[in-house]
Design a protein around this ligand. Structure first.
Ligand code: CP
Ligand code: NVA
Length: 307
């Protein structure tokens, strides 16, 4: 059987994505009941982190432990990756020892090259282009709180970055409409927008984009690797904060999401992220459950793909 990878949301079918999310909610209930559930006993996940992480590392590591397996953290600081060993060689070696490999890196082409040489599933834990694991958690959160997301309207306010790109793919895969408000020069990838022109639309202002929507999402103005652009970006994004005036344009029961880490007073005001419409803590917790379902699906298709 061909090795399945999860480099973007487009690697799985809409049905597979929905099954993983349904399984994630089941695993959440099993976890809450305190029942041991070791479907990945003795399985190994290799985790390559070339950027910082709190949620992603914690959720993959805790998830593997809860499923009876083990996760091994590898950083460029103390592996040969940081000393220039070719990514193709690293892929071949790690995949002889691990049952799946998770990578957080910079260029998306690097994870694609890695996957081409890996004999086991490769999971994108964030590249400069996409963050698909976060979307599994976000959609799970929406479904658990509000039901089906198809036909709903989501507003993305801020940078046309890796999270925005994953929202564009999610709109295609889950059948919702996406309104995007981003400053000139920071709009999402044009090709991706073209492929999603039936469901993703650019707006000039955050208030316009948020008009009558069901969900508002944002992310930091400067992503990892863009730290030196912080001051320039802060100026460009000054009118793109999600605050009470943006939220007042939405449907009254709209939710607010943010993948975190957040900068209060920049991309989101304190009253919104800490207010009643914000579901950011559920969203963060669901990283754990959604990725456990993803790991089952990729490592043991017989259990993970039965849903
Ligand atoms: N949302 C997210 O991926 O967080 P970390 O960078 O902490 O992993
Ligand atoms: N866009 C952010 C997401 C962090 C989870 C970044 O890439 O740094």
């Amino acid at each position: 059987m061909m090795t399945r990878h999860f480099l973007s949301l487009l690697d799985l079918t809409p049905g597979e994505l929905r099954a993983i999310i349904a399984r994630a909610s089941e695993l959440k209930a099993i976890n809450r009941s305190g029942t041991l559930h070791e479907t990945l006993k003795n399985r190994i996940l290799a985790m390559v982190f070339e950027k910082s992480s709190t949620r992603t590392r914690m959720s993959f590591e805790a998830g593997m432990a809860q499923l009876g397996g083990h996760a091994i953290y590898l950083s460029p600081r103390d592996t040969q990756i940081g000393r220039g060993e070719p990514i193709e060689d690293t892929a071949r070696v790690l995949s002889r020892m691990a049952d799946a490999i998770m990578i957080r890196t910079f260029e998306h082409s690097k994870i694609e090259r890695f996957a081409a040489y890996s004999e086991v599933p490769v999971i994108n834990a964030l590249t400069d282009m996409y963050h698909p694991c976060q979307l599994l958690a976000d959609i799970q959160t929406w479904i658990e709180l509000r039901g089906d997301i198809s036909g709903k309207t989501v507003a993305w306010i801020g940078d046309g970055n890796n999270m925005c790109h994953s929202y564009i793919n999610a709109a295609r895969q889950f059948g919702f409409n996406l309104h995007i408000a981003a400053p000139a020069g920071y709009t999402p990838d044009a090709q991706l927008m073209k492929e999603a022109d039936h469901c993703a639309t650019l707006f000039d202002s955050p208030v316009e984009a948020a008009g009558d929507v069901d969900l508002v999402v944002t992310d930091v103005w400067a992503s990892m690797g863009q730290e030196e652009e912080q001051a320039r970006r802060a100026k460009a994004f000054a009118d793109f904060q999600v605050n009470a005036s943006v939220m007042s344009a939405t449907k009254p029961d709209a939710l607010f999401m943010h993948c975190l880490p957040a900068h209060r007073g920049e991309e989101v005001s304190e009253d919104v992220i800490d207010g009643p419409q914000s579901v950011v803590w559920d969203e963060a917790e669901n990283r754990l459950h959604a990725q456990k379902a993803l790991l089952e699906f990729l490592i043991t298709p017989e259990t993970g793909r039965s849903a």
